[in-house]
Design a protein around this ligand. Structure first.
Ligand SMILES: NC(=O)c1ccc[n+]([C@@H]2O[C@H](COP(=O)([O-])OP(=O)(O)OC[C@H]3O[C@@H](n4cnc5c(N)ncnc54)[C@H](O)[C@@H]3O)[C@@H](O)[C@H]2O)c1
Ligand SMILES: [Zn+2]
Length: 354
């Protein structure tokens, strides 16, 4: 699949094996960044031929998604003989993507970059769209640029080794794309959810490809997130709040799935969505989220404050992307605190019962 961007068109390939990695030639102008867990799992199989001084092992925790980490990689890469022609290859999830994308963008004002998304979340969603983000102090994703990779290689066997928590987080985004697609998407995900949960390779391959194809239409129309791309924020206004409030114990995609429940319950109360549709979506979501809310300080005031801090908020009433009766999405600027609180209470009550 080719993604069109103003700086360059770039290709995403979905592979059902590791051939492309096994054939990789690491020349003297290439530097490789690898997620630490991934490295430990696959070192013998995939990474033991990379020369010792040409790779960096990155621990993917939010605390490391910083400008300091990016600068450290930039500095090490000054040892690569090529300058603007240096090549960066990175393997990992969204955290590795965000840091290495930033490095590839700023080092010598832009170097070659190939990204191998190894989490389901990065593969089905974040790898395209060109956003790079770094956390600064307590501000999540405060710093960032737009810089897509030259090439994206997805190898679906990587999903086999993901923890249950990280795998389910990726499914949150997969389900979100299908829900955004409308009734047909919901039906498709209902029919396939058990295969997805069993990590069936063919099914995953198909859903990853379709998720990217769905996102492609939005990012190509609105590369720099000034218009229609805001629809991709569906469920995220609430999701981001759950993520931050739990100090990232609830991972991104799971928080988005929870955010979908909140958004849809608001639509239901407004008479915009049919109860049968809302219930069908929730029946799928309950299968993919396992959140121990007893262990997380779910304080309504803290969550409301977090929602208000979201960068898309501008007034007393809140802005959110909600679903209309025909299942199209609408940016709504008059969401009341009381509507959100009722929907979140519903979500928490149900999570407590699970
Ligand atoms: N740039 C964007 O457009 C964009 C979009 C969405 C999210 N994000 C960012 O992405 C991050 C979340 O991404 P993520 O969910 O991929 O998380 P992640 O990068 O933190 O990876 C999750 C965990 O999976 C491990 N891992 C990675 N690949 C593995 C594999 N194949 N087998 C076993 N373990 C593996 C990692 O070590 C980590 O512990 C957040 O920081 C979020 O802000 C960025
Ligand atoms: Zn997301």
């Amino acid at each position: 699949m080719i993604i069109k961007a103003s700086s360059k068109d770039y290709e995403v390939t979905v592979n059902n094996n590791f051939d492309v990695i096994e054939k990789l030639q690491i020349d003297k102008d290439t530097y490789v960044v690898i997620d630490k867990k991934l490295y430990n799992i696959y070192v013998e199989r995939l990474f033991n031929k990379i020369p010792k001084d040409q790779f960096y092992i990155f621990e993917s925790i939010e605390e490391n998604k910083t400008i300091e980490s990016a600068l450290q990689i930039c500095e090490i890469m000054t040892n690569i003989p090529a300058k603007r022609n240096a090549k960066l290859i990175s393997f990992g999830g969204g955290i590795v993507q965000d840091v290495t994308g930033f490095v590839a963008n700023v080092l010598y004002r832009g170097i070659h970059w190939t990204f191998y998304p190894t989490t389901l979340l990065a593969a089905c969603d974040s790898c395209i769209g060109g956003k790079t983000s770094l956390n600064y102090k307590k501000f999540k994703n405060l710093l960032g640029t737009f810089y897509p990779p030259d090439q994206i290689q997805i190898c679906t066997p990587f999903f086999k080794s993901l923890s249950e928590k990280d795998f389910e987080s990726g499914l949150g985004e997969v389900v979100k794309f299908n829900v955004m697609y409308g009734e047909k998407g919901i039906k498709k995900v209902e029919e396939n959810i058990n295969l997805l949960l069993a990590r069936d390779e063919k099914t995953l391959e198909e859903f990853v490809y379709n998720s990217l194809a769905f996102k492609k239409a939005f990012i190509e129309q609105d590369e720099f997130d000034r218009g229609i791309r805001i629809h991709l924020n569906y469920a995220h206004t609430f999701g981001h709040a759950f993520e931050t409030m739990s100090n990232y114990v609830i991972p991104h995609g799971t928080a988005v799935a929870m955010g979908m429940i909140v958004a849809n319950r608001i639509s239901l109360k407004r008479g915009w969505l049919k109860e049968s549709i809302v219930n069908r979506i929730e029946n799928v979501i309950w299968k993919i989220i396992h959140v121990d809310i007893q262990s997380i300080p779910m304080n309504m005031d803290v969550i409301m404050a977090a929602i208000r801090k979201d960068k898309k908020q501008t007034s007393t009433d809140l802005t959110a992307v909600l679903m209309k009766p025909d299942m199209s999405l609408l940016v709504v600027h008059d969401v009341k605190t009381s509507e959100i609180k009722t929907a979140i209470t519903y979500l928490f009550d149900n999570l407590r019962r699970k």
